[in-house]
Every structure is written in C-alpha cells, then in structure tokens.
Design a protein around this ligand. Structure first.
Ligand SMILES: Cc1ncc(COP(=O)(O)O)c(C=O)c1O
Length: 400
C-alpha cells in the first residue's frame, strides 16, 4: 500500500475532477470568447468554475481572476500592485521572512527595481507580531504581503489584524492563502485583505490552475497583456478543462471543510502524539494551536531528514522535508531558520501533511514504521561517525 502524506505539496485529484477535465477537454472544444454556441458552452464552464471558487472564499464571482496557479497569483498581486503604486510614491513593501518563494523572489525583484522591502521576523512558533508590522509601516508603505498559513509548519497568521493595521496607514494588503483555501474556512470579507492568492492543486484541483481574488474597485496592472480575458486583468485564452476541474475541486473542498477541522486534525494529532511518544528526541516545529489541520513538522534529533524521507519512500510512504533543493545543494529551510532553529535542527525536520482521503489505517502504518526506521538511521549515523573519527575523516557540514 502506498501512503501519501504530502498534501501540502499537492493534493491528489478530488472525486470528479479527472472526469470533469477529460469531459470538457473532449466535449467543449470552443473558445470562451467566441460568440457561437460552442464558445458559449466553454464560457459557461468558466463561469461555473468562477462561481464555485468564489463560494469557497465567500467572494463575488466577478472579483476572481483565474491564473496558472499560486505563483502567478502572487506575482500578479505584488507586481500588479507595484506598477500602480509606484506613481503614488509609495514604494515600500512589507512582507514576512517565511513567505513562499513565489513572494520572496518577487519581493527581491521589486527591491532590484528600487523598492524598499522590509521582511518581518517571526517568533519561535512562526507567527508575525502585529506590533512589528505597526512599527514597520510608514507613509511610503504601498503594500503588505503576509501569507495566511505557512506551507512548511502550517502556522496561521493573524491576517485580519495585520490587514487592519495596513489599511490604517493607507497600504494595500495581500495574503497568500494557498495553504488555507480548501482546508480552513476562508472568508475574504472577514479577513479584510485586498488581494488573496489560491491554488487549485492544493485542494484536489488540477495543477496549473488558481486564482487571485481582487477587492472590488482596486486597480491592478495586468502582467500578462493581450486580449481582454478576465476583465483585462489577465490576458490569454482560459485553460477551460483545468478550470472545470478547479471548479469541481472547489465545490468538493467546501463540502469537506468540516472534515478537515475534525477528522484530518484528529489524524494529524494522533500521528504527531504517537511519534513524539514513541521516538525519543523528536520535537514539533511551529505553533500547535494556530495551525492548519493538515500539517505537522517534526524534527528528529540525529537523523538527516532527507535520509528518513528516502527510507520512508522505500517503504511506500511519501512525506517531505522543508529543504529547498536547488542546483543540487540542500539548503536548510528559510522558514525554520527564521523561527530560530539551528541549521542542524532544521536539517532534521520532516513535514507530514494529510488530507480528507487519509485513513486511520494509513496513520497507524506510518506510526508503526517511523520508530524502527529512525532507530536504524541513528545506528548507521553512529557507526559512520565512529568509523570516520577513527579514520580522522572531517565530516561534511551537511552531515552534522
Ligand atoms: C504558500 C504557497 N504559496 C504559493 C505556492 C505556489 O503555488 P503553485 O504551485 O500553484 O504555483 C505554494 C505551493 O507550494 C505555496 O505553498
């Protein structure tokens, strides 16, 4: 049996999604911008999907801009806002140190074109202090972007407070809600943000389909220019089959929100408590109360997370590390570092992320496999260290 505990990376397709994508791809060949009947059928598919996504976040359908996913939604929010705000002299962006790369790299790009960027620190549990935002805000702040929940540790930020503080100083507020939409109730009305990013493949939709919600009346500069699709906010013929799947996933996610708060959270807690109890030297990273139900991030003393990940994968269990693997180097997670964890502890951190399809039997199987695998890796590590020390071998920094 293969066990998939990497829902924060991508959730498997929700029921009905694959059928909807295939059916629309096969039976709805028209272009939604065409006036004839096949075109209007495609338009109806896009409209239905827009309605389902809007309902999931308590928004009006016309305020949804479909994108190719969370990364593009974040780019449209930050770059689209920056293009408009620049002429007002407000060229200061405030974000947090634990954002996803989609926001981090886009903030850095704005910095290169002359924006001042403040990256707010987080506390040991991964939370931004509203007082720190208040201190950082000034009359030149144009935009504040703080994620709703973090993808690695799951910590939820006090978005309504942060948005209110930003508005009080005349700044716009964006939140990357890619990890919360479909997992906890999200209402754009009560969050009070101006811009909110979401991504379909995190809640059972196809990869490459997402949206940016834009508060009515707020003008953004389109980043993809061309036709008048998405009310001139994002040009290009819509990915109609993927949007059909996104709509089905959004409806499914809305119906399983309760299940997340109860069953998914219960299974996550069960997994976490048993690992903490059965494996000495384990620690949970991040807040345990203000957290999305899917996620637990656990450090295992003395065991490189990549090795444990591979060992689990060989047993058919898919999990993730917080490390970003780029150009062949494994950097310790910027999120865990920002929370004050040492590089060596960050390298021992594993993320388990569950979804509504995760079963009790799967959790029991993982609980049974983790302790012996950790014991084996610790034994190997110990042996390798003593052999190395006897031979006078200097250990690679990553192996510490
Ligand atoms: C918090 C967060 N933002 C943005 C993204 C990017 O979304 P996408 O994969 O749809 O581009 C992800 C995906 O991992 C994420 O977790």
């Amino acid at each position: 049996m293969r066990i998939y505990l990497d829902f924060n990376a991508t959730a498997p397709p929700a029921p009905g999604v694959v059928d909807a994508v295939c059916r629309v791809l096969r039976d709805t060949p028209g272009n939604p911008s065409s006036i004839h009947a096949p075109g209007q059928q495609a338009r109806a598919v896009v409209d239905d999907a827009r309605g389902a996504v809007a309902a999931l976040i308590d928004a009006a359908p016309s305020d949804i801009v479909f994108t190719s996913g969370g990364t593009e939604a974040d780019n449209l929010a930050l770059r689209g806002a920056a293009d408009v705000l620049e002429s007002t002299g407000r060229r200061h962006l405030i974000t947090s140190a634990i954002e996803h790369e989609a926001v981090l790299a886009t903030s850095a790009a704005l910095e290169r074109r002359g924006w001042r960027v403040t990256r707010l620190a987080v506390d040991a549990s991964g939370v931004v202090d509203p007082a720190a935002l208040e201190d950082a805000l000034d009359d030149t702040t144009g935009l504040v972007s703080v994620m709703h929940a973090n993808n690695e540790v799951g910590t939820i930020q006090p978005i309504a407070d942060l948005a209110a503080l930003s508005h009080a100083r005349g700044a716009w507020f964006h939140t990357d809600a890619v990890q919360t939409v479909g997992r906890v109730p999200v209402s754009v009305q009560s969050l009070g943000a101006d811009l909110l990013s979401l991504s379909g493949h995190k809640f059972g939709g196809p990869k490459g389909a997402g949206a940016l919600w834009v508060r009515r009346g707020l003008k953004l500069e389109a980043q993809l220019t061309g036709g008048k699709q998405e009310r001139s906010r994002r040009a290009g013929t819509e990915n109609v089959p993927a949007l059909a799947g996104l709509g089905v996933a959004a409806a499914y996610a809305r119906n399983t929100l309760d299940q997340h708060q109860t069953e998914v959270a219960r299974r996550r807690n069960q997994l976490e408590q048993r690992i903490l109890a059965d494996v000495p030297g384990t620690h949970v990273n991040g807040a345990r109360d203000q957290r999305i139900p899917s996620t637990t991030n656990i450090s295992v003393d003395g065991v490189e997370a990549e090795l444990l990940l591979i060992a689990l994968d060989l047993e058919g269990i898919a999990v993730s590390t917080g490390s970003a693997c780029s150009s062949g180097t494994l950097e310790p997670s910027h999120v865990l570092k920002a929370m004050g964890l040492s590089a060596s502890r960050a390298r021992t951190s594993l993320r388990f992320s569950l979804g509504p399809e995760t079963t009790d039997a799967e959790i029991e199987a993982v609980i049974a496999r983790v302790p012996p695998l950790v014991a084996r890796l610790r034994r190997l590590n110990h042996t390798a260290t003593s052999v190395g020390e006897r031979a006078g071998v200097r250990r690679h920094p990553r192996a510490r």
